[in-house]
Write a protein that binds this ligand. Structure first.
Ligand code: PGA
Length: 230
């Protein structure tokens, strides 16, 4: 498979800022044939990004989804609501677990609802224990993203490529080798090549995906090394 490069914009960028990012980056990102690019903006921006990118090779993702299917759950956005707009959806990001109480129980429910809605869940896990027990890995993407490696205020402190490879191998074992495993945490244009190799099938990029020029460089540098991979 091609490396999967997922931009996680977190609580950044309104509709106008997203439109200008796409204007700046679209041509370069669409020229890329060696990787699949996914952009995950906030919920409110998803419809306009999806319409901007209709027919494009750049895919849209969501950053989270409700654990409920539908009904009286004020403020929730359901998998069904996202189903015609996004191809992927992050679940279990460490910031969701830390600030919003997401746990393996809710993560499992979210994954099931996403699969039902034909959206590919991207399960983020800092540790082996963040992978819900017995989860069906078919149709899933997993990310090894240690929370300590997530950039803070523009300062990068990634895990070592060796440790990331080891953890990706362990995650694959737990997931019975049925899904790709990505790496996330302080990935940028200078280090992305160190991670997109071996057991690691792509990256989840936060801070370095916010600036169009830097994200284009991350994507263009995200090539598997020659001795690689399934
Ligand atoms: P970072 O964030 O690339 O800024 O470290 C990654 C993430 O939290 O998904």
């Amino acid at each position: 498979m091609k490396p999967l490069i997922v931009a996680n914009w977190k609580a950044n960028k309104d509709t106008a800022q997203v439109a200008s990012f796409i204007k700046e980056a679209r041509a370069s990102l669409e020229e890329v044939t060696h990787a699949e690019v996914v952009i995950c903006p906030s919920f409110v921006v998803i419809p306009s990004l999806a319409s901007l990118l209709e027919g494009s090779s750049i895919k849209v993702g969501a950053q989270d989804v409700s654990e409920f299917e539908k009904g009286a759950y004020t403020g929730e956005v359901t998998a069904l609501m996202l189903s015609r707009l996004v191809k992927y959806c992050l679940v279990g990001h460490s910031e969701r677990r830390r600030y919003f109480g997401d746990d393996n129980d809710s993560v499992r429910k979210k994954i099931e609802l996403l699969k039902k809605a034909k959206i590919i869940p991207i399960l983020c896990a800092s540790f082996e224990s963040d992978i819900p027990e017995g989860i069906e890995a078919e149709g899933l993407v997993a990310v090894y993203e240690p929370s300590a490696a997530i950039s803070t205020e523009g300062v990068y402190h990634p895990d070592t490529p060796e440790n990331a490879q080891n953890m990706a191998r362990i995650f694959k074992e737990i997931l019975k080798d049925k899904c790709p495993v990505l790496y996330g945490g302080s990935v940028n244009e200078n280090n992305v090549t160190d991670y997109v190799s071996g057991e690691i099938s792509g990256v989840l990029v936060g801070n370095a995906s916010l600036d169009s020029r830097s994200f284009v460089k991350v994507v263009s540098n995200a090539r598997f090394s020659s001795n690689m991979l399934k």
